[in-house]
Design a protein around this ligand. Structure first.
Ligand SMILES: [Zn+2]
Length: 184
């Protein structure tokens, strides 16, 4: 199990006081929130490519960097970062070759039943109003998706007027970013 390797490593990390290189406080030095995809290729690359150091930003992630509802957990995290943690700027960063582009809902559902989820459970959820298409569908183009997420943040009734919200797309191979939309 990889967990065992991690725990082993962790013991030494703490013993050797390797944490000392990362000391900082809870307020983001760059006064920023970065909202991006859970993509594993970006775990380190995104930080390196944008020169983000430990303590620089609040980082929020989900599958696809998607916000579609104004009171989902992502939007709440962004609001907390602004009101409690002094963030003044929000950057949404989607990426090319994202797993959430063109999700096949039928294949996803089939994988669930193959992995032992009863069809009855799925039907019950559907009847109680959980629309699998609404819940799991991704996007056609990443630029469009980033724009939609940015629009929801910009137009949020609880967002202070002076907060800047930008949208970028990053290449998970090279780390190159392109601007989709930016506030001045
Ligand atoms: Zn992704």
């Amino acid at each position: 199990m990889h967990l065992d390797e991690m725990l082993e490593f962790n013991k030494l990390f703490v013993e050797n006081k390797e944490y000392e290189a990362y000391k900082t406080d809870k307020y983001p030095n760059k006064r920023m929130v970065v909202f991006t995809c859970m993509e594993s290729r970006l775990v380190e690359l995104l930080h390196r490519a944008l020169n983000i150091q430990n303590g620089d930003v609040k980082m929020v992630k989900n599958a696809g960097a998607i916000i579609r509802k104004p009171f989902d957990s992502i939007m709440k995290s962004i609001l907390v970062a602004i009101y409690s943690l002094k963030a003044e700027e929000v950057i949404v960063i989607g990426h090319h070759d994202c797993g959430m582009s063109q999700v096949d809902i039928d294949a996803l559902t089939e994988n669930m039943t193959n992995r032992g989820i009863d069809q009855e459970t799925i039907d019950t959820l559907k009847h109680s109003g959980i629309d699998f298409h609404d819940e799991f569908h991704g996007f056609e183009t990443v630029e469009e998706s980033v724009s939609q997420s940015v629009d929801i943040i910009r137009n949020h009734p609880l967002l202070p007027k002076d907060i800047k919200v930008h949208g970028l797309v990053i290449d998970p191979g090279t780390g190159k970013v392109d601007i989709v939309t930016r506030d001045k």
